[in-house]
Design a protein around this ligand. Structure first.
Ligand code: WT7
Length: 661
């Protein structure tokens, strides 16, 4: 099985126990933890059913917990009726109307605070505004915005009226945006004219206009684009009748909006993510089960307390921003920081300043950010009072033990547990993570499945692997927060997540390989498919390859991940030029020009996050006789690993020597 070797796995067994003072205040202690696990094992449905009854405010409670008659199209709490936005806002109004819901810090440092009452009013007005322009339950609405209070208002308002949002990360290009609009058949777009990130102006409304030019009006028509006027001095192009300013949408709208009561399986959102194929997949999440997953993990994993000041540094365009900015924290009534900018602007201590300024207690970020901050100023946290911190989190990729130790010692002052949370766009919420008041930590391990998640590591035949061996990470039972399908692609959903060739299609296949150590701790090794994890962002090799081959001089390309000190994985491309521009004739300058042109195409087709880090121009790619590119061989080459695989089945074995770096 191919794996991203985690060199520290075999040797690193250093454990960090949790401080007594943390244990004493934790939501979940050993007794509670054992009870939860026992209940989940003995009576799985009752376990989730009870949680769903107590943690969610139902308009009409459900009577069936799990319907698995059409497996793997599972239905949770099917006859229950609720509204997710009601659960995030209205239900807090009695006891915490005046509690701060969001502390927004803009790129330039300006701070805006909003209480639950104020957020409720704004969501109601915007929701009424959406209805007034024709948005109905079930309609798809694209949100293409900066991290902001308005992005949260947009998402919550869409949920409130039973429509379905599809947030597109602001770093994606207009072409990537157009693809998503068309696939989701979205008729409305909510965007922003422009905003600053790291001091740089980003004009999203222009990108929307570009995307719409690319969409054939005979195939699909957008009804309205709503624009938040974030940067009033911009000259924003407005197309009459089609474009509407945010302020005009909310103007004179009623401050109350009765939520659309929907059944538990009503779609909440579609979020596109990369897979092995050329086109991103629309991951569909529904209402009750997803909401429950975000709530229990806020309580168990993030040990949420009413007095916390919580900060997740993700972007709302990714699943982390959905579950741990827009939904989870609001559903539990937290005060949270939302940040528009980047960790290193205007200076490399921006994160530490912000933690100090807002007295952040719970801080959730990505290993790539941590590594970058170490590089830019490993001692900077020491200049700030970070004593408010009590819990740290990590997400997106395996965290290397060096970064873990720095995070633990320098940021957390050796007193804050680190929850290394493994999960995916598809799982909706944390799946593997230490429960911080209970389990000792090992740098680089996400420890074990949380209560109620039946994760195991198996071989192809479905047998559990022994400690030290690697296998497929799978979830053996359906769980409430899991994706329900791929939008418009039920067959692909089954083939991708319940493939017949692994354990006869009985289990949810995560797409990661993993190992257990002798203490039963889980270690994620990396993806088993052609998916890269660059700075915690998921990118499909085929998407990048098809962008590269759009260059008129390029015949073929193969992309693989190469370990990268900051990004985790960097993108390495092997590129074959067309016959008339053979590499023998290419000068160094030609190669540089080609590389720049290729990166420009990638930025246009996907976004700057997918730009390649290294390129090698080659005469041909290693292929099987049936024409399949042997990416595994290329992976060995870029990692400087020995090629152990039998290459005699290659169509062109001699090519190997020409590929070496
Ligand atoms: C893939 C999912 C979950 C939100 C961010 C990414 C990798 C995620 C960890 C972790 C090791 C991790 C996996 C997974 N991954 N968290 N704590 N340790 N690997 O969401 O874009 O859906 O990517 O990210 O490979 O399959 P995503």
């Amino acid at each position: 099985m191919p794996s991203l070797a985690n060199d520290n796995f075999i040797n690193n067994h250093t454990t960090y126990s949790i401080t007594t003072s943390f244990i004493n205040q934790a939501n979940i202690n050993q007794v509670k933890f054992d009870e939860l696990n026992q209940k989940a094992h003995n009576n799985y449905e009752e376990f989730w059913g009870e949680l769903a009854h107590t943690k969610i405010s139902w308009h009409k409670p459900f009577t069936t917990t799990l319907n698995n008659t059409k497996a793997p199209f599972y239905k949770w709490f099917e006859d229950g009726v609720l509204n997710v936005s009601y659960n995030c806002l209205d239900r807090h109004l009695r006891s915490k109307a005046h509690k701060t819901a969001i502390i927004f810090e803009a790129d330039d440092g300006a701070i805006t605070k909003i209480t639950y009452q104020e957020l409720h009013t704004k969501v109601c007005q915007f929701a009424n505004g959406l209805k007034s322009i024709g948005v109905k339950s079930g309609d798809r609405v694209i949100v293409y915005m900066n991290n902001s209070i308005e992005a949260i208002i947009a998402m919550q308002s869409i949920a409130r009226i039973g429509a379905i949002h599809s947030v597109v990360f602001g770093g994606f290009s207009s072409i990537a945006l157009a693809d998503r609009i068309i696939d989701a058949k979205a008729e409305y777009i909510i965007t922003v004219n422009g905003y600053h990130r790291g001091g740089k102006l980003i004009e999203l409304k222009k990108m929307v206009d570009e995307a719409l030019i690319n969409i054939d009006k005979n195939i699909h028509q957008i009804k309205h684009t709503i624009i938040h006027n974030r940067t009033p001095d911009l000259n924003t192009k407005i197309t009459p009748h089609q474009d509407i300013w945010w302020n005009d949408v909310v103007d004179n709208q009623d401050k109350e909006c009765i939520p659309e009561w929907v059944t538990s399986e009503h779609p909440l959102f579609i979020l596109y993510t990369s897979g092995s194929t050329g086109k991103p997949k629309g991951i569909l999440h529904t209402s009750g089960g997803y909401l429950l997953g975000t709530i229990v993990t806020m309580e168990w994993v993030f040990d949420y307390k009413d007095t916390d000041c919580y900060w997740c540094t993700a972007d709302v365009g990714w699943i982390t921003g959905h579950s741990y900015i827009c939904y989870g924290p609001l559903a539990v009534g937290a005060t949270q920081v939302i940040f528009e900018g980047i960790p290193t602007y205007p200076s490399a201590d921006r994160f530490w300043q912000m933690i100090e300024r807002h007295k952040v207690t719970t801080f959730y970020t990505a290993p790539t950010a941590i590594r970058n901050l170490i590089k830019l100023g490993a001692t900077l946290p020491k200049n700030h009072n970070l004593s408010s911190l009590r819990l740290l989190g990590s997400v997106g990729e395996p965290i290397n033990p060096e970064a873990w130790k720095w995070y633990y010692e320098v940021v957390g002052n050796s007193k804050c547990p680190i929850v290394d949370t493994w999960w995916q766009t598809e799982t909706g919420c944390n799946m593997l993570s230490p429960i911080p008041g209970v389990q000792a930590l090992k740098p680089g391990s996400c420890v074990s499945p949380i209560p109620g998640i039946m994760a195991v590591i198996i071989d192809e035949n479905g047998n559990s692997i022994k400690p030290g061996e690697s296998g497929y990470l799978v979830i053996t039972k359906p769980f409430p927060s899991q994706l329900r399908t791929i939008w418009n692609a039920d067959d692909k959903f089954i083939k991708t997540y319940y493939p017949q060739d692994i354990a006869d299609g009985r289990y949810y296949i995560a797409g990661d390989s993993a190992q257990l150590d002798t203490d039963g701790y889980f270690w994620i090794l990396g993806r088993i498919d052609d998916v890269l994890n660059v700075s915690g962002h998921r990118l499909g090799t085929m998407e990048i390859e098809s962008a590269i081959t759009m260059h008129p001089s390029i015949a073929e390309a193969a992309v693989v991940g190469k370990p990268h000190a900051i990004k985790g994985e960097g993108i390495f491309a092997f590129v074959v030029c067309k016959k008339d521009s053979s590499i023998k004739d290419l000068s160094q300058d030609d190669k540089t020009t080609l590389t720049n042109q290729i990166n420009a195409i990638i930025s246009k087709e996907i976004g700057a996050i997918a730009k390649i880090d290294e390129i090698k121009f080659v005469e041909g790619l290693p292929k099987t006789r049936s024409g399949k590119i042997m990416r595994r061989l290329l992976r060995n080459i870029v990692r400087g690993e020995e090629i152990t695989q039998d290459i005699s089945t290659l169509e062109n074995p001699a090519i190997i020597n020409t590929l070496k770096l």
